[in-house]
Design a binder for this molecule. Sequence first.
Ligand SMILES: *[C@@H]1O[C@H](CO)[C@@H](O)[C@H](O)[C@H]1NC(C)=O
Ligand SMILES: *[C@@H]1O[C@H](CO)[C@@H](O)[C@H](O)[C@H]1NC(C)=O
Ligand SMILES: [Zn+2]
Length: 399
Amino acid sequence: MSPAYRSLSSRIVSLWLGLLLLLIRVYAYEKISNETLNALPRPNDDFDIHNGALLSPILRTRVPGTPGSTAVLNHFADFFRTTLPEWTIEVQNSTAKTPTSKGKEVPFRNFIATRDPPWASAGDVERLTLVAHYDSKIEPKGFIGGIDSAAPCAMIMHAMRSIDAALAKKWSAMKEQGLDEPLEDAHGIQVIFLDGEEAFKEWSDTDSLYGARALATHWDDQFYPAMSEFKTPLSSISLFVLLDLLGSKSPTIQSYYETTHWAYQNLAALEKRFKSLKQFKSSSTDSWFIDSGKDGHKLTPMGGIQDDHLPFLAKGVEVLHLIDYAPFKGFPSVWHTIDDDGEHLDTETVEDWGMLVTAFAAEWMELEGYFDHPATIKGRSDQDSAEAEAIRLNKKTEL
Ligand SMILES: *[C@@H]1O[C@H](CO)[C@@H](O)[C@H](O)[C@H]1NC(C)=O
Ligand SMILES: *[C@@H]1O[C@H](CO)[C@@H](O)[C@H](O)[C@H]1NC(C)=O
Ligand SMILES: [Zn+2]
């Protein structure tokens, strides 16, 4: 039937279908079970500040354009190449003069890793995007930036490693069931480690966010083929989750945006569940998410914090900003001091964040049922289940 002959009613039907799809697209989010929460992989020693495989290589100075920066960039690339080989990695380069570069161009290198459903073309995938900056501040001399943002980078690495197999399993199950047809948008996931967040001299619009500004501009100008679902890599970001200044004990996280408050509330719900399942190691009893009880229309966050999300937010990207900032108290006490190093990280809190980001990504990607753990293996005997339960309980008492 050619469009000219479509009846009004069929148009209304397709309008409704369109609306429905829109709703599905916005609210695609599925809680994971207690069993899965209990069984999610833990970072174990990988967050050890001295020799942990994920975190320790980042705990060094990494000022843009220096060998430390290159070493950390290589650490990310090695991690994805060896541990997550199905991911596509790229480095987005730009240069800029800085107030301290004496007229020279400083290179900024953003690290981007992406995992899309194998059947989907790049322009048809919407992506959950997890972001942290990896550069360190040029002064004070020797500044490491444990919370700012070495630990957030490691949390994201752990989370991606923890969900990768489940994601692969889900996609192959979808393919087997013929659900790889483009009925709805394909869902992918993406990591961005940004360079040049810090100011070299004094924070200003031009002396800060070097990497974020370059990437937002680049992605806004990069068009997918004409018939694609999404126009640009920017418009295909379903949620931009920015982690910054995380890794101190008892953080305070405000909710900054009405349109992403529901995602914030899902994180808060996960925190609560982890705590009541005794799966959180840090002992704080108060919720980190102080706005979780608030109505999304009535958010009054304090701070107006300038961070890597701004160039993306300005171009219409949905942002969830996870930053430890307490009204009247400000940032964690080590912030931008020489004390923001590995030793001042609260390792238990870093680990809890790693678990929280993992669980959030698992719910966002709707991975319930795709994690390998005893409780979900079908056809097991009761004895096996009892065993699984015993293993589970044992694991809990080990905490
Ligand atoms: C960025 O620069 C590196 C070399 O430093 C190069 O290997 C890489 O291909 C460049 N990225 C792009 C997208 O051109
Ligand atoms: C999951 O754990 C929470 C917190 O301990 C508990 O309130 C809830 O009842 C549990 N749900 C199921 C289905 O066991
Ligand atoms: Zn900083």
